[in-house]
Design a protein around this ligand. Sequence first.
Ligand code: GUN
Ligand code: ZN
Length: 464
Amino acid sequence: MIDPPSRRTALRGRLVSFDADPALSAHAVRFIEDGIVVAQNGVITEVGEAAPILKRLAGDVAVVDHRPHLIIPGFIDPHLHMPQTQVIGSYGAELLEWLAKYTFPEESRYGDPEIAHEASVFLIDELLRCGTTTAAVYCTSHPASVDAFFAEADRRKLRMIAGKVMMDRNAPPALLDTAESGYLQSKALIERWHGKGRLAYAITPRFAPTSSEAQLTATGVLAAEYPELHIQTHLSENHAELAFVRELFPWSKDYTEVYERHGLVREKALFGHCLHLSDRERNALGKADASAIFCPTSNLFLGSGLFDLAAMRGAGIRIGLATDIGGGTSYSMLQTAAEAYKVLALNGQTLTADDAFHMMTAGNAHALGLETRIGRLAPGFDADMVVLDSAATPALRRRMARAGTLSEELFVLMTMGDDRSIVATYAAGRRVHERHGAGVPGLAPREEAGRAPASPSGERQSAQ
Ligand code: GUN
Ligand code: ZN
């Protein structure tokens, strides 16, 4: 099907992509009932109705026929923690206790490269199994954890963003760096990984309570030296956290000013949670063109609060939707969107299916400042795609019999769907996950990075 160096892939199915934000435009969604996406060397070259494209391809490319499934851009998860895959579902604590009791002890293990490697392999497998092709990832304060994650992401030719957590106080000694070592280690990792393949480095001060003034100052210097890099941190998640920030930074009028004062509020700065912001703080984020990342399963699980989407939109802030594994409880962006809907309902707000699917794809790309590279089925975009089965379970199949429109189908899919609906995941035009797995009779093994791809399984394939 695909021959290096001019690798070409063609996928046929029901195409859904967003050309604009459905909250702003009535014509945002593009749906092609019988469409084809053609990709070459990892990039989409053509998208359109199947019939004319088949004619043009004239048998040059074997078309993977995913009908009747949906083909959409790969999901994007703009906030999660690589070392927390064995923290998910830890009982009975709010944020600060949850960090001290479960998370910090777990993260203390990740100086061991073997542990970091094993967890990175697991995490990436799981993300792809859930249709997520790009994520913004917190590693631990150990540089080895970043090396392990990036090496695995690069081996699979994924577009991933990650960084070493910087933290020099209020945590166990095994996790602490210093203002100087945090800066130097981050800089070395930037030089080693940023721009390699599809990888990007994110400057990652964990959150204000675990960084001294000296560390935040050094982080600001680093951010100024690398103005094109992402910054990721947490902001205004929990009331006890807010009180702690007031105690640690008595000069600051609010939480956001701590980051502003150190030059950390800017474009491509990703602020996880943002639940208890004042109007002033929201306006500051909007003015700086920063991004607020909504993590609904985490906010519910840790009892942190309800994200105010309308207020965020009103302030012109870029908004992302993320799992926040492992404060969050699901790897699935579909489940994350379902919980987002419920959180908003508690606040008298709503989220249409178009809004949600836009958020998971082009919207999250915008939140990451990657809106010209990922999140859409359009020529020039990375060929990262997910194939969705709207009738993956008996309950879905039964419910879908009553879904009359695409929007209704998408809404039921996000409400009742999960990893079982992910038929296949493609990254840079290569199939990197298939639902039934390798070794099932009649199915070819999944493609490994760097190897010629096997023929896709469970799907009709025809040389056109
Ligand atoms: N704030 C600081 N660190 C963390 C973390 O690991 N998870 C969450 N949810 N919030 C944080
Ligand atoms: Zn987080």
